[in-house]
Design a protein around this ligand. Structure first.
Ligand code: ADP
Ligand code: MG
Length: 289
């Protein structure tokens, strides 16, 4: 028998390295007319590196001690920034101690007890002692994360990630397919986000978003009459992936929650596969109708 068009399209999507979870999803992909993209791990390679280690004066910590405590708290996290911190500590030959009572807040950061000290690593809160160092790193396009020890800011880490090679082409292709400029939705700081967005050809940037703010951005596009495709990879993207008309997760470094929540998963690590499957869906739908 000849395969029904939507099933052939699913097989074709598989050849592009995209796992489409059902024929219903295959059909819906072609109906989207607006796109919201996550930054870290989606537009970027998701292999960020620690570039700056800055203990704050008064913390009494050396660079190595700061990095060691931060890495211990980050060790249980699957966030790309957490992996960068742990790798940086290992690269410097540091032994990362075990942490107790680990908790993480998506889009905010992590907390744990390390050698009896309360260590928190995460997004800088406004107006803290770390402010000037944070501002300086962000001006240089870094993601700045603040390390607090026993409730006091003790240092700042600067982290940088590369734009994916196919990011600009993908943004252009999605813009052409939907006739709508793609939007960047990120938990990262506005300065780093704007710099990266410019390289990818995105002008509509929503930064500093918590997971629920990403959902609100999707709802806002829907209220303007759009059917929204969300592309993301993180735990922080899961609510938006669920709220979207169609959610696509980046699979290689994506969190389990994002992969489970999304309607389709980019298994091979190519962002350009996303517009390719939207086009496949449109072709299949023309054959079905
Ligand atoms: P994005 O939306 O770009 O993928 P996230 O929402 O995952 O970014 O993270 C937003 C911000 O929250 C980060 O830029 C960082 O400041 C902070 N953050 C989240 N998780 C962590 C973590 N594990 N370690 C340090 N900072 C974190
Ligand atoms: Mg992400």
């Amino acid at each position: 028998a000849t395969m029904p068009p939507l099933l052939s399209a699913i097989a074709n999507a598989g050849r592009h390295g995209v796992l489409v979870k059902s024929a219903v999803v295959m059909e819906r992909l072609g109906r989207i007319d607006a796109v919201a993209l996550d930054k870290t791990g989606t537009l970027t390679e998701g292999a960020p590196k620690v570039t700056d280690v800055r203990p704050l004066p008064g913390s009494g910590l050396t660079e190595r001690e700061l990095l060691r405590l931060a890495a211990a708290a980050e060790h249980p996290s699957e966030h790309p920034l957490a992996r960068a911190v742990v790798d940086a500590a290992r690269d410097r030959g540091l032994r990362v101690p075990a942490a107790d009572g680990f908790t993480s807040a998506p889009g905010v950061g992590v907390r744990a007890t390390v050698e009896g000290r309360a260590v928190a690593v995460g997004a800088p809160a406004a107006g803290r002692a770390a402010g000037p160092v944070v501002a300086e790193l962000e001006e240089r396009g870094r993601t700045a994360v603040v390390v607090e020890v026993d409730g006091v800011p003790a240092g700042v880490l600067g982290i940088a990630d590369r734009l994916r090679a196919d990011a600009a082409a993908t943004v252009a292709a999605l813009g052409a397919l939907t006739a709508t400029a793609p939007v960047l939705v990120t938990g990262d700081n506005p300065r780093a986000a704007a710099r990266l967005a410019a390289l990818a050809g995105i002008t509509d940037v929503r930064a500093g978003l918590l997971p629920e703010d990403k959902v609100a951005a999707v709802r806002e596009l829907e209220a303007a009459g759009h059917r929204v495709l969300v592309v993301g990879d993180g735990v922080n993207d899961a609510p938006a992936l669920a709220a979207a008309h169609t959610g696509v997760a980046m699979g290689r470094a994506g969190s389990d929650l994002a992969l489970e929540t999304a309607d389709a998963v980019v298994v091979r690590d190519e962002l350009a596969a996303v517009p390719a499957v939207v086009a496949l869906s449109r072709r299949a739908r023309r054959l079905v109708v």
